[in-house]
Design a protein around this ligand. Structure first.
Ligand code: ZN
Ligand code: FE
Length: 243
């Protein structure tokens, strides 16, 4: 599946059980995000022209990095990740720091830190159109808080919340249906959420993906993104863990 958006080509690459990896292109530049399975990733790149400049890693979990070295080697791509977490990532060709950006085709590729799921988790921004946010933000949910505090995670979500509303979010997992059940339980009077939940149920019943999702839609419906304080976020995260 490929979609054209704001001059970019976005290809969703399902892998493992419910992971999404992503291939993003712009004016001949290309980047693959979070390749857990090298064989699946290589096939996807071959289908899109067989050229790859960057392999981008959002965080150190195996279901996001296991295929990275083999994929990068196959196409001579540069392996890119958070400099601050390099010790837990495969050997990086380019270690980036918070707010650092590079040219990407006719656009830009910028890394911002979004810790909370893990302490070294980052998000990659393509121009002002796309955010590859890994396991920080899901549609109608967010990642588990393995290595953060509510303050840290809330700050990261706020950082994503203040991106351009039309930003397309490339999330790391298809968890939306389960997330919708929890979201409805904590925000039952939210009509935008009810409408989104109905769309999600239809899509999943038909075996279709719910991601990418638009930031503006998440701002209306995602309880974690809507949490006003770290305390509110902490209550939601703890409730979801027990849900
Ligand atoms: Zn993870
Ligand atoms: Fe994951």
């Amino acid at each position: 599946m490929s979609i054209a958006y704001a001059g970019f080509t976005i290809t969703r690459v399902p892998m493992l059980t419910d992971n999404y990896a992503w291939l993003v292109g712009h004016d001949g530049a290309s980047a693959f995000i979070d390749p857990a399975d090298a064989a699946v990733a290589i096939e996807a790149v071959d289908r899109q022209g067989g050229k790859l400049d960057y392999v981008l890693l959002t965080h150190h979990h195996d279901d996001h990095i296991a295929g990275a070295a083999a994929l990068a080697a196959r196409f001579g791509a540069a392996l890119v990740g958070n400099a601050a977490d390099a010790a837990r990532l495969p050997a990086l060709d380019m270690a980036m720091n918070d707010n650092e950006s590079i040219a990407f085709g006719g656009s830009t590729l910028k890394m911002i830190t979004t810790p909370g799921h893990t302490s070294g988790h980052v998000t990659y921004l393509f121009g002002d159109a796309i955010a590859a946010c890994g396991d920080t933000l899901f549609s109608l949910g967010c990642g588990r808080m393995f290595e953060g505090t509510p303050e840290i995670f809330h700050t990261s979500l706020h950082r994503l919340a203040t991106l351009a509303p039309d930003t397309m979010l490339l999330c790391g997992h298809e968890y939306t249906l389960a997330n919708a059940r929890f979201a409805r339980s904590v925000d039952p009077d939210n009509e935008a959420l009810m409408a989104r939940a109905r769309v999600v149920e239809k899509l999943r019943a038909a075996g279709e993906a719910t991601i990418p999702t638009r930031l503006a839609d998440e701002l209306l419906t995602n309880p974690f993104l809507r949490a006003q304080t770290p305390e509110e976020f902490a209550r939601l995260r703890a409730a979801k863990d027990r849900f």
